[in-house]
Design a protein around this ligand. Sequence first.
Ligand code: IDP
Length: 151
Amino acid sequence: MAAREERTFIMVKPDGVQRSLVGEIMERFEQRGYKLVGMKMMTAPKELLEMHYHELRERPFFTKLMEYMGSGPVVAMGMDVVSQGRAMLGATDPLKSAPGTIRGDYCQATGRNVCHGSDSKDSAAREIGLWFRDNELSHYTNDHHTKWVYE
Ligand code: IDP
């Protein structure tokens, strides 16, 4: 599948918002040529965060993760990228993230790693469905994107 047909969920976490990194993070995806298809700012309710991080519920850091993610507003985005988005994000632990990645450039602690990106097409579909209603996602053609980013 061409990257332009994908949908993934990218989220600037509360520390990224507080540190005014929303524009920087969005810019990286936009400048690479990925298309924004949805965006909103919200303080996520506990239930949504618990569903989003359902797979980690037994992990020792889960309570702290819920506190962190609910501590302030996040900026949720839909983008047409999945695997390359993860590469742009870097590793979960920022200290293991290469310079040039978002986490490798902007943060140092796993529990304050500024940005989320879906780790597979299946989780992307699940997360987009959790955070966005259908009518909050835009379907549009971007001539620049279609003609000048993809061959
Ligand atoms: P990912 O965000 O790179 O996909 P996951 O393993 O899905 O990584 O973990 C989700 C989030 O939980 C991480 O981004 C990080 O904020 C937090 N987290 C993961 N492992 C730890 C840990 O060992 N200590 C504290 N927080 C953690």
